[in-house]
Design a binder for this molecule. Structure first.
Ligand code: BV8
Length: 223
C-alpha cells in the first residue's frame, strides 16, 4: 500500500529561524497576554493593541528565513505529491517560502488580513484601516481561541486516510490540533513525534532540534 503522509507542525519548527515559540521562556505571549492578543474578546476590547501586536509580528517574520526543517518537508512533498499533506499551526509563511504547496495553515496566516465581510487580502506591512474591496472593518487573518480552525473537514479526511502521521515542534496543548495524533492512530496510522521534548506518551519519539532531526528523518523516508 502506498504511503499517505500527514505532517502537523507547530512553533518549534520555526524557532531556529528566529521566530519565538509561544510557551517556551521568552515566548511570544510572555509580554502580551493571550486573552488579549489571541481572542476575539481581546480584539473587541483593545483593537489597536492587537493590531499593533500583529503588525509588528508580520514585519519581524519577514526578516526570518526558512530553515533546514522547512526545506526537508518541502522535499518530502516533492516525492509524495498528492499522498502528502502538511498542516501547520504556524501563522508565519516559512513553509510556503521553503516551497511547500500542499499546506493548510489551520490557524490562519500573518501575511493576510480579513475584513468583516470575509474578504481576505495579502498584507506585508500594517493592516489597512478599511477593506479595499468593500470598506468594512479589518482584522488579522488569524484563528483566535474560541474560533474555528480553517479547513477542518479536509484535515479530518486526511487524518482518517493517512498511514503515517508526524507532529513536529508542537507542545500538543492546543485543540483540535492536539487531538490529531489520536485520530490518526485510531485510523491505524504510524504516529511519530519529532520535538525538543517528549509531549505525549505512546508515540515514536525523535528528540532534538528540528533543523537537525527533520532532514535526517525525511532522508530515512526517502531512502
Ligand atoms: C476551537 C493564533 C472549536 C495566534 C492560536 C479546555 C480544554 C481543551 C480545549 C479547550 C479548553 N478550553 C478551550 C479549548 C479550545 C482551545 C484550546 O485548545 N485551548 C487550550 C489552550 C486549552 N482551542 C481553540 O479555541 C481552537 N478553536 O477549539 O474551536 C472547534 C474545534 C474543532 C472543530 C470545530 C470547532 C482555536 C485554537 C487556535 C488558537 N490560536 N494562535 C497566533 O498564532 O499568533 S494557538 C497558538 O498555539 C499558535 O497557533 C500555536 O501554533 C499553537 C500551538 O502552540 P505550539 O505551536 O505547539 O507552540 P508552543 O510554544 O506551545 O510549543 C513549541 C514546542 O516546540 C515545544 O514543545 C518546544 O519544546 C518545541 N521546540 C522549541 N524549539 C524547538 C522545538 N522543537 C524542535 N526544534 C526546536 N528548535
Amino acid at each position: 500500500m502506498n504511503q499517505k503522509i500527514v505532517i502537523l507542525t507547530g512553533a518549534g519548527i520555526s524557532a531556529e529561524s528566529g521566530i519565538p515559540t509561544f510557551r517556551d521562556s521568552g515566548g511570544l505571549w510572555e509580554n502580551e497576554p493571550v486573552n488579549i492578543v489571541a481572542t476575539p474578546e481581546g480584539f473587541e476590547a483593545e483593537p489597536k493593541r492587537v493590531i499593533t501586536f500583529y503588525d509588528n509580528l508580520r514585519k519581524s517574520v519577514q526578516k526570518c528565513e526558512p530553515n533546514a526543517a522547512h526545506r526537508a518537508i518541502a522535499k518530502l512533498e516533492e516525492k509524495f505529491g498528492d499522498d502528502f499533506l502538511l498542516i501547520t499551526q504556524n501563522v508565519d509563511d516559512l513553509h510556503q517560502r521553503a516551497g511547500s504547496k500542499r499546506v493548510i495553515p489551520m490557524h490562519g496566516e500573518l501575511l493576510k488580513v480579513r475584513c468583516f465581510n470575509d474578504h481576505v487580502i495579502p498584507c506585508k506591512e500594517n493592516q489597512p484601516e478599511k477593506c479595499p474591496q468593500c470598506g468594512a472593518k479589518m482584522r488579522p487573518h488569524i484563528v483566535w481561541f474560541g474560533e474555528v480552525p480553517l479547513e477542518m473537514e479536509r484535515i479530518q479526511e486526511a487524518l482518517m486516510q493517512c498511514n503515517l502521521f508526524a507532529y513536529i515542534g508542537t507542545s500538543g496543548v492546543v485543540y483540535p490540533a492536539a487531538g490529531f495524533r489520536q485520530i490518526a492512530k485510531r485510523a491505524g496510522a504510524r504516529v511519530v513525534c519529532l520535538n525538543l521534548e517528549r509531549v505525549a506518551n505512546g508515540d515514536e519519539f525523535i528528540q532534538g532540534k528540528a533543523g537537525d532531526i527533520v532532514p535526517k528523518w525525511v532522508d530515512s523516508l526517502n531512502g
